[in-house]
Design a protein around this ligand. Structure first.
Ligand SMILES: Cc1cc2nc3c(=O)[nH]c(=O)nc-3n(C[C@H](O)[C@H](O)[C@H](O)COP(=O)(O)O)c2cc1C
Length: 436
């Protein structure tokens, strides 16, 4: 089968300002309705999955005045949305360094069952101090140590997922025996960080087990992703940077003995219009509704500080520290965004709305061209798309860009299977395999 472009989209995109738009209903019922509409639109567009990011904290206190509250917890959101959809997948963020692997394994597999095999786990090693403060942790654990914890956590989680094999359930009604106990694998895991006896009482799901997503970008993180991830999230401001990353991940995956490299899906923020002019009008609206105060406060999480600077003046030289213990790739990415031309603080902050990832503004043709170019030049296997958060933009992508991508033979016309692995073209892992 020829290569297929994979479309994923952020589930929540509204926290940074567009909630002020008069057509957005910020009540709990309104947010719930918007989530359902988004899931249905994604499904109509044949998207592989919606992705729910999570930081396990409400963000730096300086962001609180500007931020919506109903930004729901990913696992429960996925469970709810899976019951109003049939095909689209749900990738939920779970912290391997803060959440206990028993809970993670059980909740993720449970949602995978409830969704009929449509769940993915975005495995993160939480970097925020505010997240550590919510988990009785004495500060953020050192970066590489977080990956060592994650290494053990994924081992525990996959052992728990593999407690049941395809032949464990015998369901002998006359004898009253449901499980062949000799075929239950009890993890009995005793490691440096976790002691987990197991098993969890859940069989394999329709897709075997949830798909592993990961977004390592440091050398340690890339090695981790190259070993374990089936799909990699990443962010690059330029196509060249994305291509270098793609090549590097393939190299690391080969070194790790992987026969099949992980799929790489960079984040991309789009603003679309039927014409270029219409797209630029939509961008002006997005610019009007974004909140520079929120963005400035949010950047404090990675030690970038432009708070107090004149929004219409230049970015102060002292805004960027030499290094950070939080998120080094983010710091470098934001520094690059500030160095490109001479943006005002406000313009710089607008550029950070999609983190340090790429942005595209244009007609449906121009957006399809950009996606195709990244895909065919070896910069991406697909994208995790975010929109401006303004009403109608995501639907416009589904109505106008997806048909073009289909016409060009880049994305499928309809779902060929029912599970997230089917959509992504990933095999069902054999029992006991830790990576794909
Ligand atoms: C598209 C994308 C989505 C991400 N989503 C989350 C998230 O929801 N929660 C989180 O804690 N980190 C998230 N991250 C950050 C990564 O998990 C990771 O910490 C980061 O890429 C830094 O890599 P490193 O840990 O190897 O330094 C995301 C990164 C990218 C590129």
């Amino acid at each position: 089968m020829s290569r297929e472009l994979h479309l994923l989209a952020f589930g929540n995109t509204r926290s940074a300002g567009p909630w002020r738009h008069p057509d957005i209903d910020n009540s709990t019922a309104g947010v719930r309705r918007a989530l359902i509409e988004r899931a249905k639109a994604a499904e109509a567009g044949g998207f592989d999955a919606l992705f729910f990011a999570d930081g396990l904290n409400y963000g730096p206190p300086a962001t609180w005045p500007y931020k919506i509250t109903e930004d729901f917890e990913p696992l429960t959101t996925a469970a709810a949305l899976s019951s109003v959809t049939e095909h689209v997948g749900f990738v939920v963020t779970g912290s391997a360094s803060l959440a206990h692997p028993y809970h993670l394994a059980r909740q993720l597999l449970s949602v995978d069952h409830l969704s009929g095999g449509r769940t993915g786990w975005n495995l993160v090693t939480s970097f925020a101090r505010a997240a550590a403060d919510n988990f009785s942790a004495a500060g953020v654990v050192d970066h590489d140590e977080r990956y060592r914890i994650a290494e053990e956590a994924i081992e525990v989680v996959t052992k728990l997922w593999d407690s049941w094999g395809p032949d464990t359930i015998i369901e002998d009604r006359s004898a009253g025996i449901y499980n062949d106990v000799s075929r239950i694998r009890v993890p009995n895991h005793h490691g440096r960080h976790f002691d987990v006896a197991g098993p969890i009482g859940a069989a394999r799901s329709a897709q075997g087990r949830p798909v592993i997503f990961q977004a390592g970008s440091s050398p340690t993180g890339r090695d981790f992703a190259a070993r374990h991830a089936e799909v990699i999230f990443t962010s690059h401001g330029t196509q060249r940077g994305a291509r270098e990353f793609y090549t590097d991940i393939h190299r690391r995956a080969t070194l790790a003995g992987r026969e099949r490299p992980p799929l790489v899906t960079p984040s991309l923020r789009f603003i679309v219009g039927s014409t270029e002019e219409e797209a630029h009008r939509a961008e002006r609206a997005a610019y009007e509704y974004f909140s520079p105060e929120y963005q400035a406060a949010w950047l404090l999480e990675v030690d970038v500080d432009v708070t107090g600077a004149d929004l219409d003046g230049p970015v102060p030289a002292g805004a960027f520290p030499d290094g950070t213990e939080t998120h080094q790739t983010a710091l470098a990415g934001y520094r690059a965004l500030a160095a490109d031309g001479s943006p005002t603080v406000r313009e710089f902050l607008y550029r950070t709305v999609n983190g340090w990832g790429a942005n595209v503004v244009g007609s449906h043709e121009q957006i399809a061209d950009r996606l195709e170019d990244w895909f065919t030049s070896g910069a991406a296997d697909g994208f995790v798309l975010s929109d401006s958060g303004l009403p109608g933009q995501f639907e416009l992508f589904v109505e106008q860009v997806v048909p073009l991508l289909r016409k060009r033979g880049l994305v499928r016309h309809e779902y060929r299977g029912t599970t997230l692995r089917d959509h992504l073209g990933l095999p069902v892992p054999q029992r006991d395999e830790v990576s794909a």
